[in-house]
Design a protein. Sequence first.
Length: 207
Amino acid sequence: MTRNAFEEYLEKEGKILENFPADAFKIDKEGTLVKGQFFKEWITFRSQTICDFTGRIRSLVDKYKTEKNPNLKMAAYVGSWYEVYYQNGVNWASNQFKYDDRLSFPDSEIYGENYNKTSYLNNLDFLMIGTYYKTPKEVNRYITLGNILTCGQIPLLGSMSLPDLSVSDQGKVFGASLKNSSGLMIFDNCYVDWNTFFRTNENSFFH
C-alpha cells in the first residue's frame, strides 16, 4: 500500500519507481543507511502523508469546536532534534523556514520548497518540543532552534523530562523554558514529588 502511494507521488513528478525500497533507501550488511535515487522524494512523501493526516484531524477539531467546545486546542509533541527528525516522517518547521548552511544539518539537501510544503504547523494551535536536557544552556539551544524553525507562527513550549533532572536542577531548567518559550510541558505527572515540587521550583514559576 505504501509502495503504491509512493509510486503515485513519483508519477506526479514524472518519475518512475523501479526498485522498492532500494530506490528510497536500504540498509547494508554493516547496518548503514544507503540512500536511493529517490531518497529526497521519499522523505518528502512521508512528511506530506503526516501533513495530510493532521489536516483531516484539524477539520474534525474545528467541527467539534463549533458544535461543542470553542476552547478546544490541537497540539503536537515532537523531539526538538529537528536536524534528524525527518527520519520520523514529520516536518514541524514553518513553511516559511529557509534553510541556512550555517545550521550544518545532516542531509541538508532535503530542505527546500517541496519539503516546506509538507509543514503541518498550520494545523496546530501550539507545539511542544522535547528539550530533554539537563542544563539551561542545552535547553536554551534547542528552544532557540525551535523558535527559528517555527518562525513565531504558533506558540512553542519547551518540554522537560523529570527522570533526567535532579531536584536541585529542575528550577533552573524549567526557568530556561519559561523565559525563552511560550510555556512548559513536564513529562510526566507520575514522576512529580508533590511534597517538594512547588517549593524547589518557586523561583522559576513565581519570579
